[in-house]
Design a protein around this ligand. Structure first.
Ligand SMILES: N[C@@H](CCC(=O)N[C@@H](CS)C(=O)NCC(=O)O)C(=O)O
Length: 202
């Protein structure tokens, strides 16, 4: 039977969260590594909006939103609280993250103001991570790839901030075996290439 196909880009935080959900589950896909300026024709045919990740199921269903991929793979129904954090992350935090990382791509953007605005979310997240019950693994996987991006922009500054729970949570995720599997490097996919299984099956 045909395997589900995942069009993915290693460094994309949306693709990362989708791959994390696959690593956590029994799901197995054919992974097709995409270079965004050279998107495969087949990917554009099944998902003309042109963003990664895209999951094509064996029955022909196309799932082209990272969160919907996670929900499908994990059979995950978001609680109200999970929905709340994901909206904060995907809308507000991502908005400021992009402007903090690439201020020149936008008009009238001050990098430090953007960093401060993004930091409000991280301080809230820090408080949430300090309280019980812990956030679910699925929610954690949906969020940390974005925090990773923010942290990597100026790691020294990030590490000096008073968000110890965020720091410990991020470190735990980045050092995890699951994340190592998720971040394994793959060559750009071309039609006719040998199938790359993900996670790898030996
Ligand atoms: N809402 C989408 C967003 C996905 C997205 O924006 N991915 C970026 C890469 S990180 C992308 O494909 N951008 C297309 C481009 O840059 O042309 C999702 O959650 O899957």
């Amino acid at each position: 039977m045909a395997l589900p196909i995942l069009y993915s880009f290693r460094r994309c935080p949306y693709a990362m969260r989708a791959r994390m959900s696959i690593v956590r589950s029994e799901f197995q896909v054919e992974l097709r590594e995409v270079v965004l300026r050279d998107r495969p024709e087949h990917m554009m045919e099944i998902s003309p909006k042109g963003t990664v990740p895209v999951l094509l199921l064996a029955d022909g269903t196309v799932i082209e939103e990272s969160l919907e991929i996670m929900q499908h793979v994990l059979d995950w129904t978001l609680s109200e609280e999970e929905q709340h954090w994901i909206s904060l992350n995907d809308d507000e935090f991502k908005f400021h993250l992009d402007r903090y990382k690439y201020p020149n791509r936008y008009e009238d953007v001050d990098e430090v103001e953007q960093r401060t605005a993004a930091s409000a979310y991280l301080m809230d997240l820090d408080e949430r991570l300090a309280s019980e019950p812990a956030i679910s693994e699925a929610l954690s996987d949906a969020l940390f790839p974005f925090v990773r991006q923010f942290a990597n922009h100026d790691r020294e500054w990030f590490d000096a901030q008073p968000w110890n729970h965020v720091l410990a949570w991020l470190t735990g995720n980045l050092e995890s075996e699951a994340f190592k599997v998720c971040m394994k490097k793959h060559k750009q996919w071309f039609e006719g290439d040998q199938v790359v299984w993900f996670p790898r099956h030996d």
